[in-house]
Design a protein. Sequence first.
Lengths: 105, 514
Amino acid sequence: MSTLSRKGQLSRDEVAHLAHLARLAVTDEELDLFAGQLAAVLDAVAQVGKAAVEDVTPTTHAVPMTNVMREDVVRPSLPRDVVLAGAPAAEDGRFRVPRILQEEA
Amino acid sequence: MRSPAMSSDVTSMNVDELQAALADGATSVDVTRAYLDRIAAADGELGAYLHVDPETALARAAEIDAAGTRGTGLTGIPVALKDVVVTEGVPTTSGSKILEGWKPPYDATVAARLKAAGTVLLGKTNMDEFAMGSSTENSAYRVTRNPWDPERIPGGSSGGSSAAVAGGLAPWAIGTDTGGSIRQPAAVTGLVGHKPTYGSVSRYGLIAFSSSLDQAGPMARTVLDAALLHEAIGGHDPLDSTSIRAPLPVLAEAARRGAEGSLTGLRVGVVRELGGEGHTDGYEDGVLASFREAVARLEAMGAEIREISCPAFDLALAAYYLIAPSEASSNLARFDGVRYGLRVGDDGTRDLDEVMALTREQGFGPEVKRRIILGTYALSSGYYEAYYGQAQKVRTLISRDFSAAFEGVDVLVSPTTPTVAFPIGARVDDPIAMYAADLCTLPASLAGLPAISVPSGLSEGLPVGFQIMAPALADDRCYRVAAALEAALTDERGDRGFLDQLASRAGNPQGSAA
């Protein structure tokens, strides 16, 4: 990510950029607050850099497992009306979403 | 003879006593009503629950009474579930406004197994939003208070569950633990809390925070109760692809055997990096004193004690606060205002991206936003290796330290938390101070190992927790050692359990129970 400065620093603009990437419409007050707090957190977590990790393989999961299989059994899905009942907006048996393209319809 | 469950102190009974009462003629309706009355009387102040439905709970209890199966196993025993566990038709929020009003269309495996075992759901307990926190102050809904001192936090993120059980508003409860969220709240409220071996309790239907770390487990008044609840929820589940295909060790039996009091031949390692020499910064003297006394008790029961150094544990906090936010930033992408929960700003003028950003802005609280931003940063190209990748390697080093230690000892011990319960509001503006509450619980989380917290005594009148960690799938060792310590302390005090000390205090909610 070329817009970010060197490691261990996190400016207000960078927090705004990261928030945008994560689809968070943060307020100005939040940006002021988070920039300071995240700089402190980043300082603390940067300690991982101290570890001597030559030839150390990363652990993604405490229990090593690969290719977990189960029986290929057909099971009923959740009923459509039950699922749509929990949606913020539904129409014609589907989730209704805001427009996804920028141009006017 | 009057049945014990008909007497006034149902809500201070251990679950094995409730089982006996139910077998002896008490009804599940009586027992359930006693807890609902306590909730009605005390939860306004305590804030343990987010959702309680007395009518449904009593109807369920009546069904069990009518079936005539109460008193067998867990049948007829009430239970509370942390609100991160999805429950069919029962509101589930994970402590977040973004899920306000959502009724899940299915049950988590943990909820389904407890239902099948004949338990009665009392309600859903408060928690830090998406389980991110150590004080339950990050709940979007309400403050939860510690029954030992209402001005102090009940721990977190399973603070609603800890407050409910300690306050007599549930006989026991399910919590979840990602970096210590079962053990730390149990420690600061005088409960037993166990984080199972990663993969030994199904994660199906737990609202995901950090998938490589999340585990559900029991929070209870006694070690035996915790073991009984753990046995009911554990074991392989085909619906969770990380579920281990291995039988659960026998836990209640391990607790009973431990309570007999002999630890002859048991090798116990005291972790230097967790409160030992040169590593006492941030630890309270009272906590360390209680810890040392507990170690001396284990020795008196025949255990061999030695100090063990696990140098990589010093980096556990840094590794955890990279790994967990990274996984969270990915997991929480599902809250997009499309399929469930809140949607904000959908007025026809905004496109999907804007509506999503406004929804997440209004739906998430500050700690969740901080972690999403931090995780997004740690995973971004150019920073991935230095942060997330490096943290995963530290995780390997922590596991290696555990493996080396377990070549020489059977269990490792430490304080559960560096301090007793801190005052509400004390750390809320200082994320680093809040994160420090997890210092001792993080290593076992990162290595996926089982760890239990059991009360070791009081410091300045507040509970102190003692942590016992064991190799993967050796959860029974945690229960055995915890039960031995619990039995020694109970004998010495001459009561029925640690929480009797809370009940005997004047003016506290449980002490004043009708």
